[in-house]
Design a protein around this ligand. Structure first.
Ligand code: N01
Length: 551
């Protein structure tokens, strides 16, 4: 074992961070402020991660930007969000500003991919890097941090003939950075979840004809986005400390702002209210817009009777908005609301009242193949297209880590360790892979909470773990028992909800052949932090005992 001081001669860096999105930037900033020699590698040409790649029309946040941003007090006082729910362009503008403001760029190498990382018993990670023109080199470090994103590897479905299409073709998660002209074009979109809904509502007014290929309908809430008013901004800036405090301590997930006020969840059962009271509550949140409807009552996600009340309310709203009853029926999901991630919208259901938009139910009449000129359905119907958009999602959770040839102790590959599904302790560390750390990783609460907030907490925790590890010369590695225990806790938490009843990327069920296992911690941040702090305390006590025995 070596101290970090010895490492300065032995290793290129103390810490290598892979990825410069919300997670990577938070870790880079925190660990560099600790005086560590940190180097980040980023495949894109700019910071931003998911907000750099997902530039498709209509991309925006569906949690208020004042909440979906770093909780650093000086930054949040300086920055102004132009809209309540910011566009991708503004989130990326914010992240590039943060990178400048914190002088992060000098520690980030852009246009570089980590292709391989190997642990050796002298506490070294040897990391192979590939540049944008294919040149390769090797660098070394002691701590290796994956900030590769939860939703970063696009899922390209196995649809026959995709390569034959001669028109313009784009996946939402790898949208070309130059403009894709869809004005007066015949556009087809495959996929009707968060990304699809956003691109569909943005393209419908431009396209000559928009064909929406829907396999599964989704429950979507209205955002009711507005420009940021001076009054609201001043209120937020005056109350930021309290807002952040609520975000970090409320038992539910994420957003706490409702009607420009801090919302304190009462934890009531939906079944405790009379029908008219409950409907009034749903209606109030529907009218206010944003994700609050989905956070109405905690038992909506655990009790099917409570859930059915929300289903009835939401179905009625869809039927009210969509003129054609048959189209409304097709747009009404069959799965329980919230058992998949409900996306926000800005006029999605309304799009289907337009004469230039067709909803094609590909469960009833599946896509047979993509042709040179469009899409052919099993019924023989041919839909001619100039542009084909795939909004087919991601290999979520462990997808990005598994693209790296990542080898832990004794050369064990991460692909083998995760063959039956992702396994981590707290979404933070992996047994058999010492000093490998993950931020916003699989089995963390990232996708049920807020990535900027979680990564700020995890960066702080990593800082403490690394300091303890370096001080006592002990590697950071969970035991197999603690990893098993976390995998089981994640599974058991999901089983308490209605989520496992539905196929979704939350269940790893969106990719053919992927093990059907829950891939995030759904139990809320507060509980997560309690477990994480307990693990840190055990690590601290174990490392000081090991040091005492050595001396
Ligand atoms: O991906 P998804 P997404 N043939 O996997 C369909 C975040 N996000 O990119 O449901 C035909 O949810 C698939 O159909 P089905 C957010 O966390 C946030 O939309 O499998 N269709 C589904 O309709 C979100 O949850 C924002 O039957 C196929 C769609 O493609 C997460 O990213 C914006 C198919 C994929 O839906 C993922 O969202 C965007 C096939 N072979 C994303 N394969 C914000 O607003 C897949 N589909 C912040």
């Amino acid at each position: 074992m070596h101290t970090l001081k010895d490492d300065a001669d032995r290793l290129d860096h103390d810490v290598i961070v892979v990825g410069a999105g919300f997670g990577g930037m938070a870790v880079l900033n925190r660990l560099r402020n600790d005086g560590l020699r940190v180097q980040a590698f980023e495949a894109g040409d700019e910071v931003g991660g998911t907000w750099y790649w997902n530039t498709y029309p209509g991309a925006r946040v569906d949690i208020e930007s004042v909440e979906y941003s770093y909780p650093f007090s000086d930054l949040q006082q300086e920055w102004t969000w132009p809209e309540k729910y910011s566009s991708q362009r503004d989130v990326l503008r914010y992240l590039t500003w943060v990178a400048d403001r914190l002088d992060l760029r000098r520690s980030i190498e852009f246009g570089t991919k980590v292709t391989r990382a190997t642990y050796s018993d002298d506490d070294t990670w040897t990391v192979d890097i590939e540049g944008s023109t294919g040149e390769t080199r090797t660098v070394t470090c002691r701590y290796f941090v994956l900030a590769t994103g939860f939703l970063s590897v696009p899922h390209l479905p196995n649809i026959a003939g995709l390569q034959d299409f001669r028109g313009t073709f784009a996946h939402t998660a790898r949208w070309p950075h130059e403009e894709v002209d869809m004005h007066s074009k015949r556009v087809g979109v495959i996929g009707t979840a968060a990304s699809g809904i956003q691109v569909i509502q943005a393209v419908a007014p431009q396209a000559a004809k928009l064909s929406v290929f829907q396999r599964t309908a989704n429950w979507s809430f209205p955002l009711r986005n507005t420009p940021m008013t001076e009054e609201y901004e001043s209120w937020v800036k005056e109350n930021y400390e309290e807002i952040r405090n609520h975000e970090y301590t409320s038992r539910g997930a994420g957003a706490v702002l409702v009607d420009n006020q801090i919302h304190v969840s009462e934890g009531r059962s939906a079944l405790d209210l009379a029908d008219d009271e409950r409907s009034a509550d749903f209606d109030h949140k529907w009218q206010a817009g944003g994700p609050h409807l989905s956070r109405s009552f905690p038992d909506i996600i655990t009790n099917i009777e409570a859930n059915n009340h929300l289903r009835n309310f939401w179905s009625a709203r869809i039927a009210e908005i969509v003129d054609d009853p048959d189209t409304a029926r097709k747009l009404t999901p069959t799965h329980p609301p919230l058992s998949r991630r409900p996306p926000g919208n800005s006029g999605y259901y309304e799009v289907f009242n337009r004469s230039n938009v067709d909803l094609i139910d590909i469960k009833a009449d599946p896509i047979e193949r993509v042709t040179e000129t469009g899409v052919r359905l099993r019924s023989g119907a041919e839909i001619e297209l100039d542009v084909l958009v795939l909004a087919t999602g991601f290999d979520a959770g462990g997808g990005a880590a598994m693209q790296i040839d990542l080898r832990g102790r004794d050369g064990r590959r991460i692909q083998d360790h995760w063959v039956d599904g992702v396994r981590t302790n707290l979404g933070l560390a992996v047994h058999g892979f010492p000093n490998l750390l993950l931020v916003n990783g699989p089995q963390s609460p990232a996708v049920h909470f807020s990535p900027p907030l979680l990564s700020s907490y995890q960066a702080d925790l990593m800082s403490r773990l690394i300091r303890t590890s370096a001080d006592h010369n002990v590697g950071i590695e969970p035991s197999l028992e603690s990893e098993n225990d976390w995998v089981e806790k994640v599974r058991a938490r999901y089983e308490m909800t209605l989520i496992p009843q539905t196929d979704s990327w939350w269940m790893g069920a969106n990719i053919p052949g992927k093990p059907r296992r829950p891939i995030a911690w759904p139990g809320g941040f507060v509980t997560y932090r309690d477990f994480a702090e307990q693990w840190f305390a055990e690590f601290e006590s174990r490392t000081s005992q090991a040091a005492a025995i050595r001396t």
